[in-house]
Design a protein around this ligand. Structure first.
Ligand SMILES: Cc1cc2nc3c(=O)[nH]c(=O)nc-3n(C[C@H](O)[C@H](O)[C@H](O)COP(=O)(O)OP(=O)(O)OC[C@H]3O[C@@H](n4cnc5c(N)ncnc54)[C@H](O)[C@@H]3O)c2cc1C
Length: 498
C-alpha cells in the first residue's frame, strides 16, 4: 500500500497533505508529523496572509498564478470568507513624506526621527493632529531615516542570486510592494495599473493618511487576503476528515529496514515527544514508508540531516525573523453581515510604506483585525521549535509605536508574535524530488529504488520566504502531483534546482 509521510504541519505540509488526499487513489496512506507542542505556532499561523497573483519573479510566476486561483476556488467551495477570512484586497503604497499642495505647513508634519526602540508615544502623532484618509488631505505620517537601522545586506549569507528569486527587496529591508513595481514586466504593469488613490473608492478608513499620500498598487482582482492560522486549521480539518493520520507532537528519527521482508520494506520511525506521564500518546511507531515529503520550513535542513546524515549535499535554508502585531480599531469594525445580505463585501486593504527605519506593511482583514509587520531583525536566532520563539519587548514596542502612528493612539493591541521565514540560497522556493546521490549512502524510502519513472522517493518543499501563504495551495497541488508521478499543474522546473 503506497504511503507518504509529510514532515512539517505548517501551511506547506498541510497543503501537500490536502491535495494528496484529494487526488491520490483511495489506498494511498498519508501521515503528517510535527514536533511543535502547539500546531501553527510557526510563520504559517502568524503571517499576514497577503495573496498576490502576479508579484513574483519569472521562475515562480506559474506557481503564483496557479496558487492564487486555487485560493479563490477553495474559498468559493467552502465559504472561505467566513471560515478563514478570505477576501479580495486592494493594495497601496504610502508615501510618508507626502505633503499636499494646499498644506499650510512649511515644515514636514511627520515625525523627524526613527521610532525609537522603546515606545516613545510622545512622538506619535495624535489622532487629533491627523485626519482620516477619507475627506482629508492632511500630510502625514511617520518619518524616520529610511535606509538606516534595519537595512541589512545579507542576514543569511545566502542571498547571492536573490534578484533571480525576486526576494532582494526582503533582504534589503524594503517592502514587498517593491516586488509589484520592480523588474521590466512589473514596471510596465505598474505604469498601466498604479494610480493616485483619490481615484479609488476603496480607501482604508482606518489609516491616518491623506489620499494624496497613497498610490494604488493593485485592485481587488489580483490581490487577496486570508487569516493564515484559520486556513491552516481548515486544511488540517479537511486532511483528518479525508483519513490523513496526524502524529503530534512527534518527529521522525530514522529510517529502518524490515529484515523479515524479502522486498526489504523501509519504515520511518516516529518518536512522540510528550513525556510518558502525559495522557497523550508517547513512545515510537514505525510507519511503512514509500515517500517522504520534507516541508519543515526553516527546520528542513535539520530534518534532512537527521534522516540522511551521509548526504553529500543538503538543501540550505536560512531563516529571517519577523515581528507582527494584531490590532483592533473602531475604524475597521468586525463585519456584521446580516443574514441573507446580498451586498458583496468590500475589499480588505494592504498598505506598504517605508518609515521608522524599516518597511511597515499593514493589512485590514475580513475578520476585523488589523495586522502590522515588516520589522525583521536579521540576527535573531532560530529556536529549536517555533513554540520556543521569544519576542524582544523592545522590538514589539517599536512596532506598536508605528501601529499607533499609522492607525491612531486608540488602537487596541490584541497580540504580538515572532516567527521565521524559510529563505533558500536562490531566493526561490525549493520544490524538488531529491536525487539518489543527494541522499547519501544510507537507507532511503522505498519509492526511490522502486520506481523507474521518477515517481516516489524523497521530496523537499520549502524556502517560500515571504510568500509561503500565497504559494501554499499551488505548492501543495504540485507536490501531490510529483509524488504520484503526474504532470504538474504549474511550471516548477526552475524550483527543482537548489
Ligand atoms: C512576519 C511574517 C509575515 C508573513 N506574511 C506573509 C504574507 O502576507 N503572505 C505570504 O504569502 N507569506 C507570508 N509570510 C511567509 C509565510 O508565512 C511562510 O513562507 C510560510 O508560512 C512557510 O510555511 P512552511 O510550512 O514552509 O513553514 P513553517 O510555517 O515554518 O512550518 C514548518 C513546520 O515544521 C515543523 N517542524 C520543525 N521541526 C520539525 C521536524 N523535526 N519534523 C517535522 N516538522 C518539523 C514546525 O513545527 C512547523 O510546524 C510571512 C512570514 C512572516 C515571518
Amino acid at each position: 500500500m503506497p504511503t507518504t509521510v509529510i514532515l512539517g504541519a505548517g501551511i506547506i505540509g498541510l497543503s501537500s497533505a490536502h491535495f494528496l488526499a484529494r487526488i491520490a487513489p483511495p489506498d494511498h496512506r498519508i501521515h503528517l508529523v510535527d514536533p511543535a507542542p502547539e500546531l501553527f505556532s510557526s510563520a504559517s499561523g502568524k503571517a499576514a496572509g497577503f495573496l498576490a497573483k502576479d508579484w513574483f519573479a519569472p521562475a515562480v510566476a506559474s506557481l503564483g498564478a496557479l496558487s492564487f486561483d486555487l485560493h479563490r476556488a477553495l474559498a468559493e467551495e467552502h465559504n472561505g470568507r467566513a471560515r478563514w477570512g478570505y477576501s479580495e484586497s486592494v493594495s497601496y503604497s504610502l508615501d510618508h513624506t507626502y505633503h499636499s499642495d494646499d498644506s499650510h505647513a512649511d515644515t514636514p508634519t511627520s515625525v523627524p526621527a526613527p521610532v525609537p526602540a522603546s515606545s516613545d508615544l510622545g512622538a506619535t502623532p495624535s489622532e487629533s493632529a491627523m485626519r482620516r484618509t477619507q475627506g482629508s488631505d492632511t500630510p502625514s505620517l511617520l518619518d524616520g531615516e529610511p535606509g538606516t537601522e534595519d537595512r541589512h545586506g545579507d542576514p543569511s549569507g545566502l542571498n547571492s542570486g536573490l534578484g533571480q528569486g525576486g526576494l532582494d527587496w526582503l533582504l534589503s529591508g524594503a517592502s514587498r510592494a517593491t516586488a509589484a513595481t520592480e523588474g521590466p514586466e512589473a514596471v510596465e504593469k505598474a505604469h498601466s495599473e498604479s494610480a493616485p488613490a483619490s481615484a479609488s473608492r476603496d480607501l482604508p478608513p482606518w489609516l491616518l493618511a491623506s489620499p494624496g499620500a497613497l498610490e494604488v498598487l493593485s485592485d481587488r482582482t489580483s490581490t487577496a487576503q486570508v487569516v493564515p492560522r484559520r486556513l491552516c486549521e481548515f486544511l488540517l480539518e479537511q486532511c483528518l476528515a479525508a483519513g490523513v493520520t496526524l502524529h503530534h507532537p512527534a518527529r521522525a528519527t530514522t529510517l529502518v529496514e524490515d529484515e523479515s521482508d524479502p522486498g526489504g520494506a523501509r519504515w520511518l520511525r516516529i518518536e512522540y515527544t510528550v513525556p510518558p506521564q502525559s495522557r497523550a500518546r508517547a513512545g515510537t511507531v514505525d510507519i511503512p514508508c514509500e515517500n517522504i515529503v520534507i516541508a519543515a520550513g526553516c527546520w528542513t535542513p535539520r530534518v534532512y540531516a537527521t534522516l540522511f546524515p551521509n548526504a553529500s549535499r543538503m538543501p540550505r535554508i536560512a531563516h529571517l525573523a519577523g515581528y507582527s502585531a494584531t490590532l483592533r480599531t473602531k475604524h475597521w469594525p468586525p463585519p456584521a453581515v446580516p443574514d441573507g445580505a446580498e451586498r458583496a463585501p468590500g475589499p480588505c486593504h494592504a498598505v506598504f510604506t517605508d518609515a521608522a527605519g524599516f518597511a511597515p506593511e499593514i493589512f485590514s482583514r475580513a475578520n476585523g483585525d488589523v495586522w502590522l509587520g515588516g520589522l525583521n531583525p536579521p540576527n535573531t536566532a532560530l529556536p529549536a521549535l517555533p513554540t520556543d520563539a521569544h519576542a524582544d519587548p523592545a522590538e514589539v514596542a517599536r512596532l506598536l509605536a508605528v501601529g499607533r502612528a499609522l492607525c491612531g493612539d486608540d488602537v487596541e493591541v490584541q497580540g504580538h508574535a515572532l516567527c521565521f521565514r524559510p529563505v533558500s540560497a536562490t531566493g526561490r522556493p525549493i520544490i524538488a524530488r531529491m536525487h539518489e546521490a543527494d541522499l547519501g549512502d544510507g537507507l532511503k524510502p522505498h519509492g526511490h529504488g522502486r520506481s523507474k519513472d521518477g515517481r516516489g522517493g524523497v521530496f523537499v518543499a520549502t524556502g517560500h520566504g515571504p510568500w509561503g501563504i500565497a504559494l501554499s495551495l499551488g505548492t501543495g497541488r504540485v507536490v501531490a502531483e510529483m509524488v504520484l508521478g503526474r504532470e504538474t499543474s504549474a511550471d516548477v522546473e526552475q524550483l527543482s534546482r537548489w
